[in-house]
Ligand binder design. Sequence first.
Ligand SMILES: Cc1ncc(COP(=O)(O)O)c(C=O)c1O
Length: 383
Amino acid sequence: MEAPELPVDPPDVLRKRRSAKWQTYPPDVLPLTVAEMDFGLAEPVADALREAVGRSDTGYAMATPGLGRALAGFAASRWHWEIDPASVTAVTDVGVGVVELLRLLARPGDAVVISPPVYPPFFDWVPEAGARLLEVPLARDGAGWRLDLAALEAAFATHPAAYVLCNPHNPVGRVHTPDELAALVRLARIYRVTLVSDEIHGPLVLPGATFTPLLTVPGAAEVAVSVLSASKAWNLAGLKCAAVVTAAPRMAALAGRLPPDTRWRVGHFGVLATVAAFTGGGPWLDRLLATLDHRRALLADLLRQRLPMVGWHPPEATFLAWLDCAALGPDDQARELFLDRGHVALEPGLRFGAVGRGHVRLNFATSTDILDQATARMAAAAA
Ligand SMILES: Cc1ncc(COP(=O)(O)O)c(C=O)c1O
């Protein structure tokens, strides 16, 4: 029998949460914005945190050897990816991991390539590391968005310091295929461009697609470093823990040059929760993926019935829907319409780069009731 869907508290209870998603907007607004989920915590994670509080265990993090072992066990069982636990370095979060790696890879003013539309902080992380952004947008065709390998080759030929890959890709929900990743690795090897793969959404690949960790692609180990976290799939973003993973000596040496104090900047609760998620959170993750699969189908129905002018390709991964609302107005006008008239908050497409114009990003990790209400309000606002 299929496991029941994950429950979601009613909005008045969700509004008591003190995190960004439920505190940014007034109570009459339904927030489908920042990538936090409305489901309750996975029991093994909640237990680990409760036990730590019971022990007054609130000091500094001790990530080794637990974090590497937990991630290695999870990666082997889910993705057939053999990670050496010793090649795992704890960092505060994925953002800190990517920025610190870019600081090591890029000299001031060097280019770092990203592919919009992409998670907005990518646009901030590159200059934060002292590098210059070089944008190579995803290509778009009838089937959706994918890496533009020809344009990436042209960019790599100008010798950027690195490419920050989003694997799977937020906001379009694309799971890059083994062939695409193999082609990317080939380009990285030819042009000597280091690949930094943000794989935070790796555990959130939905039924119908298969995740390929970049470091499992033949030849990737020498040119790639990955950054993973349990924070999206188990909703742990506030606890601050992520992992830099390498698989060859040159990249291990790079990780070895991360600032020595990095380990002290990791959240202790983050490590405890992450280890609990990777070791005991599998059954909950399966329920989450089944729930998100149903939400994705529900959203497809609701959009078709209520907002037929909105275009989208259901995501293969993540709980984020990238909606083409160009029919409702230029720039971020649809987002303003939905917020001002419909009291539904969505992420504005332009935050994801110029190619995000006319789009909004909708977070569907919530209850069927909230999705029903939100799409009804959006339809009324668009009418
Ligand atoms: C692709 C991507 N990377 C990183 C993050 C944020 O990760 P962290 O909070 O660990 O920096 C997000 C959050 O949604 C994301 O979508």
